[in-house]
Design a protein around this ligand. Structure first.
Ligand code: GLC
Length: 538
């Protein structure tokens, strides 16, 4: 095992991915080293010392594979290489080596559902009906009226079917028309794609985050999806006009995930994480029969729910109740597809949110920049990059605002690049950046570091038990415990002062409000507006 990384395999107590904090890097926006305005793998290597200082245990790097960038890397043309804009396989090797030397694991993105339309497989598939690769993708004849074979919709707007005039058939694309769906019912596709998984695990990846896993298998009969009775025309995302009954979350996806898991189990201490946007009940199925599915399906509830103590309290309790025996929880506040937490709840509550994320039971994933409270950046129309915004402009669906360059310093372009950044840098970067926050004990960065440090020192906060605590109004409270140590976490999700009564006494070890001194509390915790505290109980 590489230096810096202890064993993480089974049978040694909690695994690294249970104890640790994952940090998501969107490589285009993290650190540029060659002045082309696009982040690169060398930039990640350069910032590993920062990540170690911060206290993260693993990085998940969004795709860096060769791609025409129609969906910024989620449209792959070669699954076993690095896009030149990001560097080379040698650079990937350096990330693994240098991250491992610092005790940081490396998780890569794995995109099984689709490729780029420029992938050599699709170029062949499209060339002729009888091409040997034709069946690697999903082709159907037109409906009797000449239109698409069924009513399925693309996640990015319009029909999920694209007409291919030269060969007289439609092909399926759950996402962009530039992202044709692979046909996993063809065993050759499965063999090839499972080998891609091995390729990255062989090169030292400590795990994979599986993109869009729930859409990989489709109804074999390609039945129409039923209308969504709750859909509000003109208000909701047009993709939600239909219930995705036949195009997503199909029962046969689970057998496939088991086979992915078997590949991962062939290596010591690796993790398989699934991207699943679905109802909590449905999400639970992805742990698989007897835990043979993903190690955990990403739990996006904190991204989707209104920021309200009672709603979140109910959601956490329910999630904990619904988890199958032995299933490991996880929590996420943001990612490259959703608006930033500091924009959704405001800067004061973003601090409370950080305490929530890093003290709930389960693996937290921190989205790059959230540790300094980065906010969504308004993107002028002429700088829009995201295809979703281009397809459906002005509806707030575009993902550029949460993908802007990491704010490292007050230098030009926030120290992200010496060139022209691919997306605009936040207007407030001169004040709001890593360098400034590193020396400010009251900063969001200092809070994140303190939370991660406490979490590392106190197993109660990472792998310990969780129990709900009854609270009212804007207060959300719960207990974490491990052996003799017990912590009470009390969070005020409102701007007004609030209090929480509890049995016993303890010592405040951390508050989200910087000027707070630790202190004894007994029977009541008085919280100021926007304050969260961690109390070590006697
Ligand atoms: C996932 C990714 C998203 C991408 C889509 C298609 O949802 O997170 O960024 O656009 O899959 O690959």
């Amino acid at each position: 095992m590489t230096q810096g990384i202890e064993g993480g395999g089974a049978g040694e107590g909690p695994a690294w991915w249970q104890r640790g904090v994952i940090y998501q890097i969107y490589p285009r926006s993290f650190q540029d080293t060659d002045g082309d305005g696009v982040g690169d793998l060398r930039g990640i290597v350069q910032r590993l010392d920062y990540l170690r200082w911060l206290g993260v245990d693993a990085v998940w790097i969004s795709p860096f594979y060769p791609s025409p960038m129609d969906d910024f890397g989620y449209d792959v043309t070669d699954h076993r290489a690095v896009d030149r804009a990001y560097g080379s396989m040698v650079d990937f090797g350096r990330i693994v080596e240098q991250a491992h030397a610092r005790g940081i694991r490396v998780i890569v993105d794995y995109i099984p559902n689709h490729t780029s339309f420029r992938h050599p497989w699709f170029v062949e598939a499209r060339a002729a009906r009888h091409n040997r690769r034709r069946d690697w993708y999903v082709w159907r004849d037109p409906a009797p009226d000449g239109g698409p074979p069924n009513n399925w919709l693309s996640a990015f707007g319009g029909s999920a079917w694209e007409w291919d005039a030269p060969t007289g058939q439609y092909y399926l694309h759950t996402f962009l028309r530039e992202q044709p769906d692979l046909n996993w019912r063809n065993t050759a596709v499965e063999v090839e794609m499972l080998d891609v998984l091995r390729f990255w695990l062989d090169r030292g990846a400590d795990g994979v985050r599986v993109d869009a896993i729930q859409v990989v298998m489709k109804d074999a009969g390609f039945r129409d999806n039923p209308p969504n009775p709750n859909y509000r025309e003109g208000v909701d995302d047009p993709y939600d006009a239909l219930l995705r009954q036949h195009s997503a979350d199909r029962p046969d996806v689970h057998a496939l995930i088991e086979r992915m898991r078997q590949v991962v189990e062939g290596y010591d201490g690796r993790v398989l994480i699934g991207e699943i946007y679905n109802e909590v009940e449905r999400m639970m199925a992805y742990y698989g029969q007897d835990g043979r599915g993903v190690h955990f399906p990403y739990n996006f509830q904190l991204i989707k729910l209104p920021w309200n103590a009672r709603t979140i309290d109910a959601a956490v309790r329910r999630y904990e109740e619904l988890l199958p025996p032995g299933a490991w929880p996880n929590w996420v506040l943001g990612n490259h597809d959703r608006h930033r937490i500091a924009s959704r709840v405001g800067p004061a509550q973003a601090r409370v949110a950080a305490m929530l994320l890093l003290t709930l039971r389960g693996t937290p994933t921190v989205y790059y920049g959230d540790e300094i409270g980065m906010r969504d950046v308004p993107i002028p129309p002429d700088r829009v990059q995201d295809p979703w915004e281009k397809n459906l402009p002005g509806r707030g669906l575009g993902r550029d605002p949460e993908r802007t360059p990491m704010q490292w310093s007050a230098e030009p372009s926030a120290g992200f690049t010496t060139g022209e950044p691919w997306l605009p840098v936040a207007a407030d970067f001169a004040a709001n950046n890593v360098a400034a926050q590193r020396v400010d004990p009251a900063s969001m960065l200092a809070l994140h570091r303190a939370l991660m440090d406490l979490r590392r020192r106190e197993p109660a906060l990472s792998v310990g038990d969780w129990a709900p605590v009854d609270a009212q109004g804007d207060v959300l409270a719960y207990l974490r415990s491990h052996g003799d140590s017990r912590f009470l976490i009390a969070l005020n999700l409102g701007a007004e002062p609030a209090s929480l009564g509890f049995e016993g006494a303890g010592e405040t070890v951390l508050s989200t409000l910087p000027e707070t001194e630790g202190g004894r509390v007994e029977q009541t915790i008085e919280l100021r507006g926007d304050e969260g505290v961690i109390v070590r109980l006697d």
